[in-house]
Design a protein around this ligand. Structure first.
Ligand code: IPD
Ligand code: CA
Ligand code: CA
Length: 265
């Protein structure tokens, strides 16, 4: 098995398990904030993924959301895993969630899979080989005019503190685009930019497991991923701007404008 096959298998196995538990969540716990949920399904999904990946690649390091850096084998390879991206949606029975698995070598993502079990949609990419949805090549949209764009964002769990002026940013993007959606699964937000459904996605305070697979998908689909200043981004940079490339500079301009509005400049 190669990396991608193994990641696909793990994502499908976990996705099947998650789907079979939709609407059946019995116990919800909280992480740091009241809005940051975790269920037994997140944890079990993570176990399924790690077990599957370790069968093929026992020596690779792992960074997974629920168990952290569970193996420190000092390998140059590391799987970065979000076992259930969209836990809040899942807990409420809203069928918008995914499994995200990325593989990094050094600081670079070399393979990634985002799987939506509700639609049986598997987004995959390998460095230098393009991005795919269920085996068919995908590419970002060609939209040049931000006024005609469909954008997506998400809010961090401490949203009530308005970190990084996220409310002002939401308002200004809404005023300047066709619409802004908020799906609740960052991995799917990236995947939909890669597939040309969304023209752009921005969010602050993301974690490496939210970003890894999605970042590669967008890059391999011909898009662009940076921070809000337009500088190259990696999975350890929590501030993400992913787009079709065409509206990237305009998005940066608007994101900056929101900061000025916040301070009444
Ligand atoms: C969350 C989702 C959401 C994003 C949050 C993430 P989780 O991940 O990706 O879209 O807005 O910042 O933490 O907790 O459901 O894995
Ligand atoms: Ca997540
Ligand atoms: Ca998660």
């Amino acid at each position: 098995m190669d990396y991608l096959q193994s990641a696909e298998l793990a994502a499908r196995e976990a996705g099947k398990y998650i789907l079979s538990n939709l609407g059946k969540v019995k116990q919800v716990s909280f992480k740091s904030q009241q809005s940051n949920l975790v269920t037994e399904v997140d944890k079990k999904s993570e176990e399924i993924i790690i077990e599957t990946l370790q069968k093929d690649f026992p020596d690779f390091d792992i960074l997974a959301e629920e168990s952290g850096a569970s193996s420190t084998k000092n390998s140059e390879f590391m799987w970065v895993i979000d076992p259930l991206d969209g836990t809040t949606n899942f807990t409420h029975g809203l069928p918008i969630f995914s499994v995200s698995i990325g593989l990094i070598k050094g600081n670079e993502v070399i393979a990634g899979v985002v799987y939506d079990p509700t639609r049986d949609q598997l987004f995959s990419a390998e460095k230098g080989k393009g991005a795919f949805l269920n085996g068919k090549r995908i590419s970002v949209s060609k939209t040049k005019d931000i006024k005609k764009s469909l954008l997506v964002t998400g809010f961090p769990y401490n949203v009530e503190e308005n970190p990084d002026f996220c409310f002002e940013r939401f308002v200004i993007m809404t005023q300047n685009s066709r619409a802004v959606r908020r799906l609740g699964s960052a991995a799917l937000d990236f995947a939909y930019v890669a597939a040309g459904i969304f023209d752009g996605f921005w969010e602050v305070k993301l974690n490496p497991w939210d970003i890894a697979a999605g970042l590669l998908l967008v890059n391999e689909a011909g898009g662009k991923v940076t921070n809000f200043k337009g500088e190259d981004s990696d999975i350890f940079n929590p501030q993400i701007l992913a787009s079709n490339g065409q509206i990237h500079n305009k998005m940066i301009e608007l994101l900056e404008l929101a900061e000025q509005i916040h301070f009444n400049l």
